[in-house]
Design a protein around this ligand. Structure first.
Ligand SMILES: Cc1cc2nc3c(=O)[nH]c(=O)nc-3n(C[C@H](O)[C@H](O)[C@H](O)COP(=O)(O)O)c2cc1C
Length: 362
């Protein structure tokens, strides 16, 4: 195996999804058969990265993408978490070895897979596709489907209430402000506004309002500022899809490795969905707010937000017919539709280079 092959595998792996397209990893080539993935998280400034777990899920998704990408070159993959690293900066050692593997059928979807945040057709999921999705997450997880109109309406109601918390939470405002690239169809390190799933007029209004928290707060309080975005980003898409899927680990995740393995299952699910002609949108905030609620950690300095999160967790439990301490890992919506017109791209490989190890002339 030569350095070129390793770089091609890493170039593919860059297309792994991460929360808000943060790409919380840097690559270091150790030798021609081994890379070190230096992970980080955004818990210090992103309210949604609860204890770094959203980033840990993305790290797992990256490891799964690496494993699949390596099959294109006949290679098998082994990985291990480097001992004695803090969870805030985990290092994953990934080793490739020739195994004569044939390319996994999911590989072409590594670059094709993209979030669809707009309304999708309500064409029901085919039974064979449901079975393929269940198989994709493996035996350590359950996949719960919300498919009927009544079920989709119930999830849409959860998302509507959840979005009220999200949009009125002062701690979430800087995250929303910084993650959107305005006037953009593509974005290498954020989400382009055209991929948000809102119409052009609402986008312009959001852009103006989001220039300061004072404006957001005024709009929310006096002009029903949350209604338009919530309608377009939560309520309508919540109904306009084939189904919502809830991924439930059979064993409650505790350690970094548990979240990483969950992320691997998520990426396998997402790529399988793409292969079946389904687009997918993660709906992680209700899951994340429930993590806060379960652990008794405050989201906000505003008590009403945390009270709201506790109520929301109760609503979510009733919807999923779950007990308050059951584990939820991932919620998303899926539907059969063509690819989105706008999407996030990725950072150039050089800007993901740790210590200039990707330079070919090293
Ligand atoms: C752990 C995780 C959580 C995510 N949460 C959300 C979410 O709540 N809502 C959403 O619209 N997209 C969510 N996304 C999708 C990312 O924003 C998206 O993957 C990223 O911007 C890259 O875009 P792409 O998937 O289209 O390539 C999430 C992705 C991951 C991996």
């Amino acid at each position: 195996m030569n350095r070129e092959t390793l770089l091609e595998i890493l170039a593919l792996a860059r297309w792994t999804p991460s929360g808000d397209n943060t790409q919380p990893w840097r690559f270091e080539i150790v030798d021609d058969f081994q890379v070190a993935i230096h992970g980080h998280d955004t818990r210090e400034h992103v309210v949604y990265d609860f204890q770094g777990h959203a980033s840990h899920l993305a790290h797992g998704a990256l490891l799964e993408t690496l494993r699949l990408a390596a099959t294109r070159y006949g290679l098998a993959t082994e990985w291990a978490i480097k001992p004695d690293q803090p969870d805030t900066a985990p290092v994953y050692l990934v080793r490739f070895h020739p195994a004569g593997l044939t390319e996994d059928p999911l590989v072409p979807y590594i670059t094709e897979r993209a979030v669809e945040r707009r309304a999708m057709p309500t064409t029901p999921l085919k039974d064979a596709h449901k079975e393929a999705l269940i198989a994709a997450v493996g035996s350590s997880f359950r996949l719960q489907f919300f498919e009927s109109l009544a079920d989709r309406l119930a999830v849409a109601r959860l998302l509507w209430n959840n979005a009220h918390l999200r949009l009125t939470c002062p701690e979430a405002y800087p995250v929303h402000r910084d993650v959107i690239e305005w006037n953009a169809r593509y974005s290498k390190d954020r989400i382009p506004d055209q991929a948000l799933g809102v119409d052009a007029l609402t986008t312009r209004l959001m852009r103006w309002v989001m220039q300061s928290w004072k404006r957001v707060d005024f709009f929310n309080r006096h002009l029903g500022g949350t209604y338009l975005p919530r309608l377009q980003m939560d309520l309508i898409p919540g109904v306009a899809c084939a189904a919502h899927l809830l991924l439930k680990p059979k064993r409650k995740p505790v350690h970094l490795e548990d979240y990483v393995r969950t992320g691997m299952a998520i990426q396998h699910l997402w790529l399988t969905a793409s292969r079946l002609g389904l687009h997918l949108q993660p709906e992680m905030t209700p899951v994340i707010f429930r993590w806060y609620s379960q652990s008794g950690t405050d989201i906000s300095a505003t008590p009403a937000i945390d009270e709201g999160a506790r109520k929301l967790a109760g609503q979510f439990d009733r919807l999923a017919q779950a007990a308050p301490d059951d584990a939820f890992a991932f919620l998303c919506r899926v539907g059969y539709c063509p690819p989105p017109a706008a999407r996030s791209l990725r950072r150039d490989i050089n800007s993901l280079d740790r210590g200039q190890s990707l330079m070919l002339d090293r």
